[in-house]
Design a binder for this molecule. Structure first.
Ligand code: SAM
Length: 192
């Protein structure tokens, strides 16, 4: 794992990451595309019905303006997102290193924001705490070794490094294209 941005502490990291969602450039780039992004998320998530059918409870980590959450809801899932800035009805305010959910209450966790994680062991521990035994983790990971965005925090060596942070899970599906990996992990039904 390579840290591509240094922060003095967790508070400084949160302050900087909060700016992303409220950045006028980001708002202008993504808000006009909401409808098409919701549609493309729901198309991408369609295959998950085979593994974890609706109405399962889905939690999206780093969900910004909630298009991925709406994509899951379109498919009949009960979905909610968390981000540092809330987006009404779709995304609640929370740090994904300290999730406001009870133990074992989530069926499926989705994130395309793993490159914004500050503390991987804490992030992985929260996933393991809130996800039920037999639950699913679906992540979209980025590995293009080019310029880093303004808000990326770290870059994993490969998807195996992410999978290794979640003991007791196995890879159910993996798709790789253009320096990106979509990885579906399944948690053991009986926890060790
Ligand atoms: C690459 S964006 C992804 C946004 C969204 N998933 C999408 O596709 O539209 C990363 C998101 O992670 C959020 N984020 C960064 N650190 C976070 C944290 N500690 N807890 C929750 N969200 C965080 C950022 O605010 C940002 O909205």
């Amino acid at each position: 794992m390579k840290h591509v941005r240094e922060y003095a502490n967790h508070a400084e990291y949160l302050r900087h990451q909060c700016e992303k969602t409220t950045d006028p450039v980001v708002i202008e780039r993504f808000i006009p595309k909401r409808a098409s992004r919701i549609q493309s998320f729901s198309l991408r998530f369609e295959f998950l019905k085979e593994f974890c059918p609706p109405p399962a409870y889905v939690l999206c980590l780093g969900a910004r303006y909630g298009e991925e959450v709406a994509g899951f809801r379109t498919l009949g899932y009960e979905a909610i997102g968390v981000d540092l800035v809330p987006y009404p009805d779709l995304v609640i305010e929370a740090d994904f290193h300290a999730l406001p959910f009870a133990d074992g209450t989530v069926d499926l966790i989705y994130s395309n924001a793993v490159d914004h994680v500050f503390d991987m062991p804490a992030f992985a521990a929260e996933i393991c705490r809130v996800l039920r035994p037999g639950g699913w983790v679906y992540v979209h990971l980025f590995f293009r070794d080019k310029d880093f965005g303004l808000y990326e925090v770290m870059r994993l060596a490969d998807d195996a490094e992410f999978a290794a942070s979640l003991p007791g899970f196995h890879v159910a599906k993996r798709v790789e294209a253009n320096g990106q990996v979509w990885l579906l992990l399944h948690r053991e039904e009986v926890l060790a």
